[in-house]
Design a protein around this ligand. Structure first.
Ligand SMILES: Nc1ncnc2c1ncn2[C@@H]1O[C@H](COP(=O)(O)OP(=O)(O)OP(=O)(O)O)[C@@H](O)[C@H]1O
Length: 312
């Protein structure tokens, strides 16, 4: 039987003395051992929702329960049991990296020995051991974010809430963070992931909650969400750099063409348009080196949900 970790019922939150509804009647259960992605554009209400899950805000209406307890009435107990990685500037930036981890460990109830052991292990794992004596404010933005991520690892909480954990990281560090998230989950950690980076998140999350304008637009397993757009395909095109704009102009009538790298384009299109688009792609004057047809990505699902919402 799946065990609920969080139960959100009709969560509604107003800011500005009741004038602005940032969360609108959201009901959602998060189960032990899953990785759930909370997705949505800027201002959708994701952080507001998370803040109620860690007790920083209390819902105006509805309830947020953690393991059966109303969060707003048991804030101390709840934050002892979870690790939270926020978007906000790291408050410990006057400390050395090893101190930031060590003291976080001590605050979470680790003994001196455990805190020291975990600090060293985390610094090693993150490839940051050589920076252990550096003051955090003297590290690069990405290195600071990585140490901030490290503080969520110390103490081995059974529930982690991660708000954009790969922001500002280079590709290798992003991969490292995703690998760690996957490993922790395999050991049973429940992970709640807030992200814009759907293409990366898609590889790790089991279920997705799509939020926009404070409302929950969809909540489902990724595969089910993708089925909803199975009338669509994704085309990836590798071209000569000089021809990229020309290709975009030729294809834009069939959907939104994105230039994802200097010489790579991608677009989602209706299955009915595939034949025509391939004919255009095969036009030699476009100098296309290679192309592939793929099933829809989570990003496609997301933009479809946005469109459906727009058409309501
Ligand atoms: N303290 C606040 N007072 C008033 N309005 C706020 C406050 N915090 C957020 N809002 C508004 O509530 C809405 C939701 O904000 P929230 O930070 O939850 O969005 P988000 O989905 O996390 O966005 P992002 O992806 O940009 O971080 C936004 O329109 C925002 O302007």
């Amino acid at each position: 039987m799946l065990k609920p970790v969080y139960e959100l019922e009709n969560v509604t939150l107003y800011y500005k003395k009741g004038k602005f509804k940032a969360n609108d009647d959201i009901s959602l259960t998060i189960y032990q051992g899953e990785i759930i992605g909370i997705l949505g554009p800027n201002g959708a209400g994701k952080t507001t929702l998370i803040k109620q899950m860690i007790g920083q805000l209390a819902p105006t209406r509805g309830s947020v329960k953690f393991r059966g307890y109303e969060v707003s009435r048991h804030v101390k107990d709840v934050i002892q049991q979870i690790a939270y990685y926020s978007q906000e500037t790291f408050a410990l930036s006057f400390l050395k990296t090893k101190e930031a981890l060590y003291f976080t460990g001590r605050l979470k109830g680790l003994s001196k020995k455990e805190a020291k052991q975990q600090t060293d292990a985390i610094l090693q794992r993150l490839g940051m051991y050589e920076y252990r004596d550096k003051i955090l404010s003297k590290l690069s933005g990405g290195q600071r974010r990585l140490i901030s991520f490290g503080t969520t690892l110390i103490g081995q909480a059974s529930v982690m809430i991660l708000d954009e954990p790969t922001n500002e990281l280079d590709p290798l560090k992003r991969k490292l963070v995703w690998d760690i998230i996957r490993e922790l989950n395999q050991k049973g950690t429940t992970i709640i992931l807030v992200t814009h980076n759907i293409l990366e998140a898609e590889k790790v999350v089991h279920r997705v909650a799509v939020v926009d304008h404070g409302k929950l637009l969809a909540l489902d397993h990724i595969e089910n969400l993708k089925k909803r757009v199975d009338q669509r395909m994704r085309v990836e095109i590798y071209a000569q750099e000089a021809a990229v704009q020309k290709i975009r102009d030729r294809l834009k009538a069939f959907g939104n063409v994105e230039i994802v790298e200097d010489a790579k384009l991608t677009m989602a299109l209706e299955k009915s348009a595939v034949r025509t688009v391939i004919d255009i792609i095969q036009d030699e004057s476009l100098n296309i080196n290679q192309y592939s047809l793929l099933p829809p990505s989570l990003e496609d699902v997301y933009s479809m949900l946005q469109k459906q919402r727009g058409g309501e």
